[in-house]
Design a protein around this ligand. Structure first.
Ligand SMILES: Nc1nc2c(ncn2[C@@H]2O[C@H](COP(=O)(O)OP(=O)(O)OP(=O)(O)O)[C@@H](O)[C@H]2O)c(=O)[nH]1
Ligand SMILES: [Mg+2]
Length: 315
């Protein structure tokens, strides 16, 4: 899914400040003032990338490609070296973004209405807040939106969704804590079908990928919603917390063993200097990153555009 107008470069840049300091400022220092860009400098950059959560494998890939490209370039000015590195890093991100899958169009929504998005992830990853922000965006785009609160585990989940839903001016279907999450999902879709809602977003309880029974519950939710709307879910988004670094990749791998994940949302990229993890995610996983989140306001949920991400890191 994507939105045409949900990029706020200023917020993106602000959100990535810690990561930019860790990666770009250090690279800049390593490169500037050097008469020649020799192996020592390249090694130094590689170390900066690795310590910036880009991961050993991906960092090596970036440095190898940069080394090869620089062989053919005589102009080893600071600007030229940086712009080469930026290009190589952007290509890593591009290799896993898939605009066809990630672009939600008016036609697509009209065809499927209700267009159903199931949101899953481990505890505290940012699912509920992401849903609030998503609902708001869709609403601003002129769609009718319904949220299903299938997190019946946490007592506060309903109130939390209510707050976001009020801000976005959308309706929530909810039941008491302890209710069967599948039945809430079922009721949500039934309501959406009867009332011709454009987009349905279903929240789920946080679950550890190691808990087999909880993972199977997701399969059940999926099976039950299909009974109401045969094409549902159109998307299953896995929300991962960018602060968890390598763990985000492990979570994605484990979740896909139980449920097909169509896209990722990487949250909290403002929280630490670990924003480099996106490069690792894009290079090691075969799932497109649809959205990133760089803060707690509505504008902080943004479509993931590789070029802008790299620009924000190097600006
Ligand atoms: N700084 C920052 N905080 C975020 C971001 N996304 C979510 N949060 C915060 O992270 C905390 C957890 O977010 P939730 O949306 O409740 O996470 P959840 O996945 O629904 O949690 P459970 O339902 O308990 O599994 C909240 O305090 C959010 O405000 C982000 O991009 N940046
Ligand atoms: Mg939640």
């Amino acid at each position: 899914m994507g939105f045409l107008n949900n990029i706020n470069f200023k917020r993106l840049k602000e959100g990535l400040t810690k990561t930019r300091k860790k990666i770009f400022d250090n690279i800049s220092e390593a490169v500037s003032g050097k008469a020649v860009l020799d192996e020592t400098v390249l090694d130094e950059i590689e170390e900066i990338l690795i310590s910036g959560d880009i991961g050993l494998e991906t960092s090596t890939k970036i440095i190898e490609t940069t080394r090869n490209q620089l062989k053919n370039i005589n102009d080893r000015t600071y600007e030229n070296i940086i712009s080469n590195l930026k290009l190589v890093m952007k290509n890593i991100l591009l290799s896993s973004s898939n605009p066809d899958i990630s672009n939600i169009s008016k036609d697509k929504i009209a065809k499927y209405a209700p267009y159903v998005i199931l949101v899953v992830g481990v505890n505290g990853a940012g699912k509920t807040t992401t849903i609030g922000k998503l609902a708001n965006k869709f609403k601003l785009d002129g769609y009718s939106v319904l949220i299903g609160s299938a997190d019946t585990f946490r007592a506060a989940a309903n109130e939390q969704l209510d707050i976001w839903a009020k801000r976005a001016n959308v309706q929530v279907i909810k039941r008491n804590p302890g209710a069967d999450p599948s039945s809430v999902a079922y009721e949500t879709l039934s309501y959406a079908k009867t009332n011709k809602i454009d987009i349905v977003i279903i929240d789920t309880a946080g679950r550890l990928h190691t808990k087999q029974n909880l993972m199977q519950e997701l399969e059940k939710i999926k099976k039950v919603i299909k009974k109401v709307v045969i094409h549902a879910p159109n998307e299953t988004l896995l929300v991962v917390d960018g602060n968890t670094g390598q763990n985000a990749i492990i979570q994605a791998r484990e979740f896909t063993k139980f449920i097909e994940i169509t896209g990722l949302v990487v949250t909290k990229l403002d929280g630490s200097a670990k924003g480099g993890v996106i490069f690792q995610i894009c290079s090691e996983l075969n799932i497109p990153v649809n959205f990133i989140c760089v803060g707690e306001t509505m504008e902080d949920l943004q479509s993931f555009i590789p070029e802008l991400y790299v620009n924000a890191l190097f600006n």
